[in-house]
Ligand binder design. Structure first.
Ligand SMILES: [Zn+2]
Length: 318
């Protein structure tokens, strides 16, 4: 089976292993990612999110947990802080871990913690999770959507983060916050884990205009494997029986609307319920095989599996 290298735009494994009381170094029957299964799926690196960051307490406890996991020699992880670090991962036994705050809650108005975060290796940040904070408004998973967008603090945070070399993630923002951000972002933006709303009408997914706006900024969109965000008939409802075709539908749609450079992977493994067909990260090779059988070229798959995200990191990191 063809093993394309994967850079996954979003996994919640750093938080999940503690909750599930399992070791990252050992193959588990539960959860979606651990070292043996990531090797099997040829996952070379991932944005390991600290999730969710709503308060400073989440930030401090999340960082402690994150560094415990990443520095444990049994876990064979290498923290990726620079583009050159990706080349160290080729033909290596190590997997790259990129520090991502899923939410900027807890970051102070003077951005001291943002700059400290940068020095600790923070390379991607979302302004909000599903909540509203002093920077902006997140998309609720269900029901009422607030109409507010970015605050002045939020606009300053975008400027500061992009100047430092931190990639901005728009995945959890509500629509007004997305457009406020789009207006001021000077570098490519990514939706680390979101799908197309035209196919699955859910507020966590992106409208056609948002998808085109991300393309226009030369950003990319990580397809989310959450059955709730893939389920076209019952958006928001879990359905473990969805097949590879549903993920491919999302990819086809994004590519038709934009181009092959605007699609990546943001599995949301260890943060959501996924289809049985993609039950954990060891299933990536079978999915790539399916794409090869359905008209995708090796060049296309390389772009989707890792090159598109890498391109955005090159443009947004220092
Ligand atoms: Zn998320």
């Amino acid at each position: 089976m063809t093993k394309f290298p994967v850079i996954d735009g979003h996994i919640d494994t750093a938080t999940k292993i503690l909750k599930q009381n399992r070791a990252f170094s050992e193959r588990s029957k539960i959860g979606h990612c651990d070292y043996p299964r990531m090797r099997e799926g040829n996952v070379q690196a991932a944005l390991f999110a600290i999730y969710p960051v709503v308060t400073i307490d989440h930030l401090i406890k999340g960082l402690d947990l994150w560094f415990k996991m990443v520095t444990d020699p049994n876990n064979h992880l290498l923290q990726v802080k620079n583009i050159n670090d990706f080349s160290k991962l080729k033909d290596s036994m190590q997997i790259g871990a990129i520090l991502h705050f899923e939410g900027a809650g807890g970051i102070d108005d003077d951005f001291n913690l943002l700059r400290i975060g940068y020095h600790l290796g923070l390379r991607c940040i979302s302004l909000t999770w599903a909540n509203t904070n002093k920077f902006g408004t997140g998309a609720r998973f269900i029901k009422h959507q607030k109409k507010s967008g970015l605050t002045d603090n939020g606009r300053e945070l975008i400027f500061e983060a992009q100047s430092l070399g931190i990639t901005i993630d728009v995945s959890h923002l509500n629509d007004p916050s997305f457009w406020d951000l789009h207006e001021i972002a000077k570098k490519p933006i990514i939706a680390t884990h979101s799908n197309a709303r035209s196919l699955t009408n859910h507020p966590r997914n992106l409208t056609d205009n948002q998808i085109k706006a991300i393309q226009e900024k030369k950003g990319t969109i990580g397809i989310n494997f959450s059955t709730a965000f893939l389920n076209a008939e019952n958006p928001g409802k879990q359905d473990p029986n969805l097949g590879f075709d549903v993920i491919k539908d999302q990819m086809d749609y994004l590519i038709n609307l934009t181009d092959i450079n605007t699609v990546a992977i943001g599995s949301d493994y260890d943060g959501t319920s996924v289809p049985d067909s993609l039950k954990d990260c060891s299933t990536f090779p079978a999915f790539w095989e399916y794409l090869l059988e359905h008209g995708y070229s090796e060049q296309d798959i390389n772009k989707i599996s890792h090159e598109n995200l890498l391109r955005v990191f090159k443009k947004t990191w220092k």
